[in-house]
Design a protein around this ligand. Structure first.
Ligand code: IMP
Length: 196
Protein backbone atom coordinates (compact mmCIF):
# COMPACT_ATOMS: atom_id res chain seq x y z
CA UNK A 1 0.00 0.00 0.00
CA UNK A 2 1.32 3.46 -0.93
CA UNK A 3 2.28 5.80 1.93
CA UNK A 4 0.91 9.32 2.17
CA UNK A 5 2.07 11.70 4.89
CA UNK A 6 -0.48 14.07 6.44
CA UNK A 7 1.56 17.10 7.56
CA UNK A 8 -0.06 17.31 10.97
CA UNK A 9 0.31 16.07 14.51
CA UNK A 10 -3.32 16.77 15.39
CA UNK A 11 -4.65 13.34 16.48
CA UNK A 12 -8.30 14.27 15.78
CA UNK A 13 -7.59 15.18 12.17
CA UNK A 14 -5.44 12.10 11.70
CA UNK A 15 -8.14 9.77 13.02
CA UNK A 16 -10.79 11.34 10.80
CA UNK A 17 -8.67 10.96 7.66
CA UNK A 18 -7.48 7.45 8.46
CA UNK A 19 -11.06 6.27 8.91
CA UNK A 20 -11.91 7.58 5.46
CA UNK A 21 -8.89 6.63 3.29
CA UNK A 22 -7.18 4.00 5.40
CA UNK A 23 -8.02 1.19 2.98
CA UNK A 24 -6.50 2.85 -0.09
CA UNK A 25 -3.38 4.57 1.31
CA UNK A 26 -1.29 4.14 4.45
CA UNK A 27 -1.62 7.54 6.16
CA UNK A 28 1.28 8.64 8.37
CA UNK A 29 1.57 11.70 10.60
CA UNK A 30 4.72 13.83 10.99
CA UNK A 31 5.44 11.95 14.21
CA UNK A 32 5.19 8.62 12.36
CA UNK A 33 8.05 9.73 10.05
CA UNK A 34 10.07 11.19 12.97
CA UNK A 35 9.62 14.82 11.97
CA UNK A 36 9.29 17.06 14.99
CA UNK A 37 9.78 20.46 13.36
CA UNK A 38 6.92 22.94 13.43
CA UNK A 39 6.32 23.91 9.81
CA UNK A 40 5.63 27.65 9.67
CA UNK A 41 2.47 29.20 8.21
CA UNK A 42 3.87 32.63 7.25
CA UNK A 43 1.70 33.45 4.23
CA UNK A 44 -1.39 35.62 3.84
CA UNK A 45 -3.62 32.96 2.26
CA UNK A 46 -4.79 29.50 3.33
CA UNK A 47 -3.75 28.14 -0.09
CA UNK A 48 -0.15 29.36 0.21
CA UNK A 49 0.23 28.04 3.77
CA UNK A 50 -1.20 24.62 2.90
CA UNK A 51 1.06 24.24 -0.17
CA UNK A 52 4.07 25.53 1.77
CA UNK A 53 3.59 22.78 4.39
CA UNK A 54 3.06 20.04 1.78
CA UNK A 55 6.07 21.17 -0.32
CA UNK A 56 8.30 21.34 2.78
CA UNK A 57 7.66 17.68 3.60
CA UNK A 58 7.85 16.55 -0.01
CA UNK A 59 11.11 18.38 -0.76
CA UNK A 60 12.88 17.60 2.53
CA UNK A 61 11.78 14.03 3.16
CA UNK A 62 10.62 12.81 -0.27
CA UNK A 63 7.13 11.66 0.72
CA UNK A 64 3.89 12.13 -1.16
CA UNK A 65 1.91 14.20 1.28
CA UNK A 66 -0.92 16.59 2.01
CA UNK A 67 -1.47 19.50 4.39
CA UNK A 68 -4.46 21.61 5.40
CA UNK A 69 -5.11 25.14 6.56
CA UNK A 70 -8.39 26.57 7.85
CA UNK A 71 -9.70 30.04 8.56
CA UNK A 72 -12.86 31.67 9.91
CA UNK A 73 -13.79 34.52 7.54
CA UNK A 74 -16.15 37.15 9.00
CA UNK A 75 -17.61 39.50 6.38
CA UNK A 76 -18.04 42.50 8.70
CA UNK A 77 -14.35 42.18 9.69
CA UNK A 78 -13.21 42.10 6.04
CA UNK A 79 -12.50 38.38 6.21
CA UNK A 80 -10.63 38.40 9.53
CA UNK A 81 -9.47 36.40 11.45
CA UNK A 82 -9.02 34.32 8.24
CA UNK A 83 -5.51 32.98 7.92
CA UNK A 84 -4.75 34.27 11.45
CA UNK A 85 -7.56 32.26 13.10
CA UNK A 86 -5.29 30.16 15.33
CA UNK A 87 -3.47 33.15 16.80
CA UNK A 88 -5.95 36.02 16.42
CA UNK A 89 -5.51 37.26 20.00
CA UNK A 90 -1.71 36.87 19.98
CA UNK A 91 1.05 34.31 19.39
CA UNK A 92 0.56 32.22 22.55
CA UNK A 93 -3.16 32.80 22.98
CA UNK A 94 -5.81 30.32 24.07
CA UNK A 95 -8.95 29.59 22.02
CA UNK A 96 -10.97 31.52 24.59
CA UNK A 97 -8.93 34.69 23.93
CA UNK A 98 -9.66 34.38 20.19
CA UNK A 99 -13.38 33.96 20.86
CA UNK A 100 -13.36 36.97 23.19
CA UNK A 101 -11.69 39.14 20.56
CA UNK A 102 -14.20 38.12 17.87
CA UNK A 103 -17.18 38.74 20.18
CA UNK A 104 -15.75 42.13 21.16
CA UNK A 105 -15.15 43.19 17.57
CA UNK A 106 -18.62 42.01 16.53
CA UNK A 107 -20.45 43.69 19.42
CA UNK A 108 -23.53 45.53 18.12
CA UNK A 109 -22.92 44.48 14.49
CA UNK A 110 -26.02 43.31 12.58
CA UNK A 111 -24.22 41.72 9.62
CA UNK A 112 -22.91 38.57 11.30
CA UNK A 113 -22.34 36.38 8.23
CA UNK A 114 -19.19 34.27 8.23
CA UNK A 115 -17.75 31.06 6.89
CA UNK A 116 -15.14 28.48 7.76
CA UNK A 117 -12.94 27.64 4.78
CA UNK A 118 -10.53 24.72 4.63
CA UNK A 119 -7.90 24.19 1.94
CA UNK A 120 -6.07 20.89 1.49
CA UNK A 121 -2.90 20.81 -0.62
CA UNK A 122 -1.86 17.40 -1.96
CA UNK A 123 1.39 16.40 -3.68
CA UNK A 124 1.02 12.98 -5.28
CA UNK A 125 3.37 11.44 -7.87
CA UNK A 126 5.02 14.84 -8.38
CA UNK A 127 1.75 16.65 -9.12
CA UNK A 128 -0.03 19.25 -7.00
CA UNK A 129 -3.78 19.18 -6.33
CA UNK A 130 -6.02 21.43 -4.24
CA UNK A 131 -9.30 20.62 -2.45
CA UNK A 132 -11.52 23.11 -0.69
CA UNK A 133 -14.52 22.98 1.61
CA UNK A 134 -16.55 25.80 3.14
CA UNK A 135 -19.52 26.16 5.45
CA UNK A 136 -21.56 29.37 5.55
CA UNK A 137 -23.09 30.59 8.79
CA UNK A 138 -23.16 33.40 11.31
CA UNK A 139 -21.33 34.60 14.41
CA UNK A 140 -23.52 34.34 17.52
CA UNK A 141 -23.65 37.19 20.05
CA UNK A 142 -22.54 34.87 22.87
CA UNK A 143 -21.09 31.38 23.34
CA UNK A 144 -23.36 28.32 23.03
CA UNK A 145 -22.34 24.73 23.80
CA UNK A 146 -19.17 23.07 25.00
CA UNK A 147 -18.33 20.45 22.34
CA UNK A 148 -15.72 20.82 19.62
CA UNK A 149 -12.87 23.31 19.66
CA UNK A 150 -11.76 26.71 18.42
CA UNK A 151 -14.57 29.06 17.42
CA UNK A 152 -17.26 26.33 17.57
CA UNK A 153 -19.28 27.95 20.42
CA UNK A 154 -19.80 31.19 18.46
CA UNK A 155 -20.38 29.76 14.95
CA UNK A 156 -23.84 28.65 13.83
CA UNK A 157 -24.02 27.01 10.39
CA UNK A 158 -26.79 28.18 8.03
CA UNK A 159 -29.98 26.09 8.23
CA UNK A 160 -29.32 24.91 11.81
CA UNK A 161 -30.39 26.41 15.13
CA UNK A 162 -27.41 25.03 17.06
CA UNK A 163 -23.82 26.23 17.18
CA UNK A 164 -21.06 23.82 16.10
CA UNK A 165 -20.34 23.35 19.82
CA UNK A 166 -23.90 22.14 20.48
CA UNK A 167 -24.01 19.61 17.63
CA UNK A 168 -23.16 15.93 17.69
CA UNK A 169 -19.72 15.53 16.09
CA UNK A 170 -21.07 13.28 13.30
CA UNK A 171 -23.32 16.09 12.09
CA UNK A 172 -20.59 18.72 12.34
CA UNK A 173 -18.16 16.49 10.41
CA UNK A 174 -20.70 15.99 7.63
CA UNK A 175 -21.44 19.66 7.02
CA UNK A 176 -18.17 21.27 8.07
CA UNK A 177 -15.52 22.96 5.91
CA UNK A 178 -12.98 20.23 6.76
CA UNK A 179 -15.56 17.44 6.27
CA UNK A 180 -16.30 18.71 2.75
CA UNK A 181 -12.64 19.19 1.80
CA UNK A 182 -11.73 15.76 3.18
CA UNK A 183 -14.62 14.16 1.24
CA UNK A 184 -13.20 15.63 -2.00
CA UNK A 185 -9.68 14.47 -1.11
CA UNK A 186 -10.80 10.93 -0.23
CA UNK A 187 -12.89 10.56 -3.42
CA UNK A 188 -9.82 11.61 -5.44
CA UNK A 189 -7.50 9.24 -3.56
CA UNK A 190 -9.85 6.29 -4.03
CA UNK A 191 -9.78 6.82 -7.81
CA UNK A 192 -5.96 7.16 -7.75
CA UNK A 193 -5.57 3.99 -5.66
CA UNK A 194 -7.52 2.01 -8.30
CA UNK A 195 -5.25 3.37 -11.07
CA UNK A 196 -2.06 2.11 -9.39
P1 IMP B 1 -6.15 24.69 11.32
O1 IMP B 1 -5.54 25.26 10.09
O2 IMP B 1 -7.04 23.51 11.05
O3 IMP B 1 -5.14 24.44 12.41
O4 IMP B 1 -7.14 25.80 11.88
C1 IMP B 1 -6.71 27.10 12.26
C2 IMP B 1 -7.61 27.64 13.32
O5 IMP B 1 -8.94 27.78 12.81
C3 IMP B 1 -7.74 26.77 14.55
O6 IMP B 1 -6.75 27.02 15.49
C4 IMP B 1 -9.11 27.16 15.08
O7 IMP B 1 -9.01 28.34 15.82
C5 IMP B 1 -9.88 27.46 13.82
N1 IMP B 1 -10.67 26.28 13.38
C6 IMP B 1 -10.32 25.39 12.42
N2 IMP B 1 -11.27 24.46 12.29
C7 IMP B 1 -12.23 24.76 13.18
C8 IMP B 1 -13.47 24.15 13.53
O8 IMP B 1 -13.91 23.13 12.98
N3 IMP B 1 -14.17 24.75 14.51
C9 IMP B 1 -13.75 25.88 15.15
N4 IMP B 1 -12.60 26.47 14.89
C10 IMP B 1 -11.84 25.93 13.90
Amino acid sequence: MKTLVFATNNPHKLKEIKAKVGDSFEIKSLKDIDVSEDIPEPYETLEKNAFNKARCIHEKYGYDCFADDTGLEIDELNGRPGVYSARYAGPQCHFQDNINRVLREMEGETNRSARFRCVIALILNGQEHQFEGAVEGKILTEEHGSEGFGYDPVFQPGGYDQSFAEMPLEIKNKISHRGKAVAKLTAFLKVKAKQK
